[in-house]
Design a protein around this ligand. Structure first.
Ligand code: CDP
Length: 223
């Protein structure tokens, strides 16, 4: 059977970087489901779709012209022919993405697209690491390995601050705090991703560095 690995967690848990490294080490493909919500948000803004118009966003989700690479070491996101790999990580998108992710018509469309992509990647590469907020619970509850990455709020803010501002001084952390905590709150409306569901193994990365986090996940996969 293909090696399907589902990883959930909040921002700053190390989820994306660790998931990519795990996929690379295992020689299997990778799916960043958050990139799909971000790509849809970018596309709506580009097309002038009002994010508050839930039906219009659903129409956009159904027709989203998305290309996502499956190589964990070469992630590219292309929407309608435009490379948006960097743009979808902007503050502008991060601050709007929860509006799209809490649209109850959008979620089943992207969740089904994610299941289809996981199956295709697994067939092509022998496995897949899929990461997000609802992979262990809704998208792939039958995955072979299911993990929740957690970290203390302090550790999450420090990591996100380093990513976004390239600094971990007080000012940078304060600037990060509002955004991260607001998105946590907005996202918690649709998925409970901070408590492990039944059968899901929790890995707390608060006191682990990047390499230790990767090893901890690989140890669960091997067990
Ligand atoms: O930046 P961060 O790693 O925290 O988030 P991401 O994985 O890029 O996901 C961006 C946003 O997409 C989240 O804040 C959620 O609103 C949404 N999302 C979701 O609702 N369900 C998923 N499976 C993945 C992401």
């Amino acid at each position: 059977a293909p090696l399907t690995i589902a990883i959930d967690g909040p921002s700053g848990s190390g989820k994306s970087s660790v998931s990519k490294a795990v996929a690379a080490r295992l020689g299997i493909g990778y799916l960043d489901t958050g990139a799909m919500y971000r790509a849809l948000t970018w596309w709506c803004l580009d097309q002038g779709v009002d994010l508050a118009d839930e039906a219009a966003v659903v129409v956009a989700a159904e027709a989203l012209p998305l290309e996502l690479s499956t190589d964990p070491e070469d992630q590219r996101v292309v929407v309608g022919g435009t490379d948006v790999t960097a743009d979808i990580r902007s503050t502008a998108i991060s601050s709007e993405v929860s509006k799209v992710a809490t649209n109850t018509g959008v979620r089943p469309i992207l969740q089904q697209a994610q299941r289809d992509r996981m199956a295709a990647i697994a067939e092509e590469t022998g496995g897949v690491v899929a990461e997000g907020r609802d992979i262990t619970t809704v998208v792939a509850p039958d995955a072979l390995v299911r993990l929740l990455l957690t970290a203390s709020e302090e550790a999450r803010l420090r990591r996100r601050s380093a990513e976004v501002h390239g600094a971990v001084d007080e000012e940078a952390i304060a600037a990060t705090r509002d955004q991260v905590l607001r998105r946590d709150r907005d996202d918690s409306a649709v998925s409970q991703f901070t408590v492990a569901a039944d059968g899901v193994v929790t890995v707390d990365t608060s006191d682990l560095d990047f390499d230790e986090s990767v090893e901890a996940v690989l140890a669960v996969v091997a067990s």
